[in-house]
Design a protein around this ligand. Sequence first.
Ligand code: SF4
Length: 270
Amino acid sequence: MNLHKTKIDWATHTWNPVTGCLHDCEYCYARRFISRFAPHACERPSEPIKKLDGLSCYQIDHPARLVDECGEYVRSTPYPKGFEPMLSTYTLGYPAKRKIPSRIFVSSMGDLFGAWVPDAWIEQVFEAAKAAPQHKYLFLTKNSERYYALARGGKLPGDKNFWYGTTVTNKYLAWKWCDEHLMPKAWNTFLSVEPMMEDIVDFLERGCPPDWLIVGAMTGPGSKDHQPRREWVERLVNYARERDIPLFMKGNLKAVWGDDLIQEYPHELL
Ligand code: SF4
C-alpha cells in the first residue's frame, strides 16, 4: 500500500495516518466515505483495537481483520472503529516510499489537529513527513487553535514544504481564524473556504492575509440548497487580487462561477 492518488483538484495524493473526527459538520464527506468501510452490524474486528488511556482515540499497526458472528474472516479495513479518531502507525512510512515529488493532503479523512488528538500523534506525523522532504504537505483543520498552541510550545515545524490550512466556511470561523493567525512568513498558511456558506470577506479583512486561498461549494445530499452566491465569490476574488494571493476554485464551483475557474497555486507548491 502507498499514498492514494486523489480526485481532489488541489492535491495529487492523500495520506491518512490519522483518521476520524469528533466535529459534527453536516456536510462531512469523510464520515460518509468511512461509514462504507467500517464494520457492518454483523462484523467485528478479530482482535481488540488498542484504545489510549482516558481518550476516545484508537491506534492500530496494521489494517484490522473483520470476522462475522461465527468468527470467520470477512474482509480487512483501515477503519475498524468507523469515524472515531485513530492513528494507523503502519501508514507513517508511506510518504517515504513515494520518490516522485507530490502535493499531499494530510488526513483528508479526519482532523489531525482536533482538540482530542494527542500531541504525540501529531509529532509522529510531522516526523514521518520530514523523513520524505521531496513532497509538499498540505495540512488542514477546522481547529486552528491547535496550530497556535503547537506554535507556542515550539512544536509546529516551519519547514518550507509544510502548509497549514484552516477550513473557514462561515463568518464565525473566519473571525476565529483572524484572531489567532500564525505569524506570517514563519509558516505557510492557506484557507479552504469550502463549502462556502456565507460571505466571509468582511471578517477576513481583520486578519493577516493567508498565502493561498481555496474556495468551493457544498456537494452531496442537500447541497442544492446551500450553494454560495456569485457575489460572495466575487468579493473573495477581489480580496485575493488586492493582496496578490493565489486563489484556487474547485471544480464544484462551476455551477456558480462558470467554466473559467481561477485555479492558481503559490509558486512554492508547483
Ligand atoms: S472537520 Fe472535517 S472531518 Fe471533521 S466532521 Fe467536519 S468536515 Fe468532517
